[in-house]
Structures are given as structure tokens and as C-alpha cells.
Design a protein around this ligand. Structure first.
Ligand code: ADE
Length: 354
């Protein structure tokens, strides 16, 4: 990943990228952070980059031309038009899905404003994404740019070592992490929860999930409201089975995969909740499957169909789902999910649509 940070204070960015995990990533070349000093593109002999606001009022406004030239100096070097992210409290508030989506880019331009802001006309011309790091006002965009660089880099392959990276991110499920403990077993009369010493991995996993949910309920009920239980249902060949497994894993730490080739599952009467997310991964769609009894409660659904599914049958199935009170979100053809990257993009797209 190559970051290009346009700023009036390049030292702030450089220093922050020298230390710890980011410093190591820069050293070993998995990320590169280029700083571009907007002042170097001043159109004025005194190197001024700001001016008084039209219409009056307090504060200064960054001029359009130096910002435009600074962005052009970067984008002219690149093959493809990069995403240009302007850090501003007026942007979309950053979350983990946005972070993961940005991490799929090869180049990112981060534009940091100062003073009262930047002339609106250049923003309209160059900015692709407006991002805020929270509902408070900073003195400039640099800390926001650092937050982006730090959070995005965690998803760049090679930045985190095996120990540092958790394969699953609890936040991708809109849940907070469970509590962690290390030695000693008793610290100032406080005992490590017994279950963690049991060696029973199934039990430990169940306890951690419960703690995650409890914690989110207590500390971030707003997040819990957004969290869904992912259930993938596949019917057909091994391809549908493996795609269902991969997609589920990309979407959730706690997802469940169900094999509807099994008669027993097809004969069950299913009822799904509002806070469940259903993925139908089908490369066969026959009467046996149409006849499965299923009812939703505004349950969101994605449909993934293989070449073996007649488009007319897929349409009929979608109508059936809608009439049974499911909420059809989108359909994806299996062919587009063949490599890891496409699968990841699709999982992110799904999370955005939820
Ligand atoms: N610049 C000033 N305040 C900001 C914020 N909250 N997020 C991103 N950039 C900013």
C-alpha cells in the first residue's frame, strides 16, 4: 500500500510513521508513506497557501490552486486515478468496513486541511471520499490521516506478524472483543475465569462469544443493534459448499454453514429472525429446494447462484423469499467469487448493504 499524504505539516506524519508496527512496515516495504507539502505548490511568491474567506468571518481558508497542484503532482505519477480522501468532520464517520474497503486499494491520497477548511471548488474537483474520524473537531486533518494509515495498514498483508494479527476481527461482527487475561492466575485476589484454564476449546470459544455479546450490550448497545448472525445455506455441488464456507468466514467469526443437500434440513420448517443474515449459495435450484418451508421476519438475504441455476428459477425464488417476508438485498453470480480478492470485495459489499 502506498499512502500519499498532502499536508502543511509533513513532519507530523513522518514522525508518527517511524515507530512501532508502522515503522517496521515502512522499513520492510509493505507500506510506503510519501508526504507532500502543500506549501511547495503555492502560487504565491511568499509561499502563502491561505487567504481571507469571501463573505467575511473568522479564520483563513486554504486556496484551491496549491491543493490542486499538490494532488495533481501525485496522481500524474500513478497509472490509475487514485481515491482522494479528505479528512473532515463533515465526512462519513470511519468504521471497520470502510477501513477494510480502503485496504483493497494500492494507492491512497490523504488530504489534510487546516485553518477553517479548503476552498470548496477544489474539493469538488479532486475529492472522492470525505472521511471523519469522529464527531469532534481537530486542528487539522493530520491525526485523522494517521488514524486511517494505522487502521488500514493492519489489513495490508505482511504488516502484522502471525501473533499480532487476529484472523477474525470482532468488530466485523459489530461486537466488541471478549476480555483477555495472562499470568498470574491470581492477581490481587482476582482469579482468571475458570473456563479459560479448562483446556476445553469449544467451551472457551462459547464463553468468549457470550462475553463479546454481553460486553457489547453493556458498553455499545448501538453496535449490537447492527450485528447479525450470519447463516449460509448451500445446495448443490462441492463448489457451493466451499464458497458458502469461505464467504461465511469472510463475513463473521461466528457464522454457520448449513448443507441443504441433507434431506433432514430440507424437511425442517425454518423460521429466521430479523437479526440474522442469510446467504443462499446455490448451484442447483429444483422443486425439492423450492418446497423447503421457510419464513423470515424481514431477514436480510443475499443470493449467490451458480451456472446450473436457470435465471428464471432464480427470479421465482427471489419472489418466493420476498412473499415469505425475507428482505432480498442483492444477487451475485458464483463465477465472480473465484479468487480470494473477489470474495473479500463481495463480503465488504454485503456488509455495506446491511
Ligand atoms: N479534521 C478536523 N476534525 C476532523 C475529524 N473529526 N475527522 C477528520 N478530520 C478532521
Amino acid at each position: 500500500m502506498n499512502y500519499h499524504v498532502l499536508t502543511l505539516f509533513p513532519d507530523m506524519i513522518r514522525q508518527a510513521c517511524e515507530t512501532s508496527i508502522l515503522g517496521r512496515a515502512v522499513k520492510n516495504g509493505t507500506i510506503a508513506v510519501e508526504t507532500v507539502n502543500i506549501r511547495d505548490f503555492s502560487a504565491n511568491k511568499h509561499n502563502r497557501v491561505d487567504d481571507y474567506p469571501y463573505g467575511g468571518g473568522a479564520g483563513m481558508v486554504m486556496e484551491a490552486e496549491p491543493v490542486y497542484r499538490a494532488v495533481s503532482s501525485v496522481s500524474e505519477k500513478l497509472e490509475k486515478k487514485p481515491r482522494v480522501i479528505y479528512l473532515t468532520p463533515q465526512g462519513r464517520v470511519l468504521n471497520q468496513t470502510m477501513v477494510e474497503e480502503f485496504a483493497l486499494e494500492d494507492e491512497l491520497v490523504l488530504l489534510c486541511g487546516h485553518y477553517e477548511g479548503i476552498d470548496e471548488r477544489v474539493l469538488e474537483e479532486v475529492v472522492t471520499d470525505y472521511v471523519s474520524i469522529g464527531d469532534y473537531v481537530l486542528t487539522g486533518g493530520e491525526l485523522g490521516a494517521m488514524v486511517l494509515i494505522d487502521s488500514i495498514s493492519r489489513f495490508v498483508p505482511g504488516v502484522l506478524s502471525n501473533e499480532e494479527s487476529s484472523q477474525f476481527e470482532s468488530l466485523q461482527d459489530n461486537l466488541l472483543e471478549y476480555p483477555h487475561y495472562t499470568r498470574p492466575e491470581i492477581w490481587r485476589d482476582r482469579q482468571v475465569p475458570e473456563v479459560l484454564l479448562s483446556g476445553d476449546h469449544k467451551k472457551i470459544e462459547a464463553w468468549r462469544k457470550e462475553q463479546s455479546i454481553l460486553r457489547t450490550k453493556e458498553r455499545r448497545p448501538d453496535l449490537l443493534e447492527k450485528s447479525v448472525r450470519v447463516r449460509s445455506l448451500f445446495y448443490g455441488t462441492d463448489l457451493s459448499a466451499s464458497l458458502a464456507a469461505d464467504l461465511t468466514e469472510a463475513l463473521s467469526r461466528y457464522g454457520e454453514v448449513m448443507d441443504f443437500n441433507r434431506k433432514k434440513l430440507r424437511k425442517t420448517r425454518w423460521s429466521f429472525e430479523r437479526r440474522e443474515l442469510l446467504l443462499f449459495v446455490l448451484d442447483t435450484l429444483d422443486e425439492d429446494f423450492f418446497n423447503v418451508s421457510m419464513k423470515g421476519h424481514q431477514t436480510p438475504v443475499f443470493l449467490i447462484t451458480g451456472e446450473g441455476v436457470d435465471p428464471a428459477d432464480a427470479e421465482r425464488f427471489k419472489e418466493q423469499l420476498t412473499s415469505r417476508r425475507f428482505r432480498m438485498l442483492d444477487t451475485f453470480p458464483m463465477e465472480v467469487l473465484q479468487d480470494k480478492e473477489a470474495l473479500k470485495r463481495t463480503a465488504i459489499e454485503m456488509r455495506k448493504q446491511l
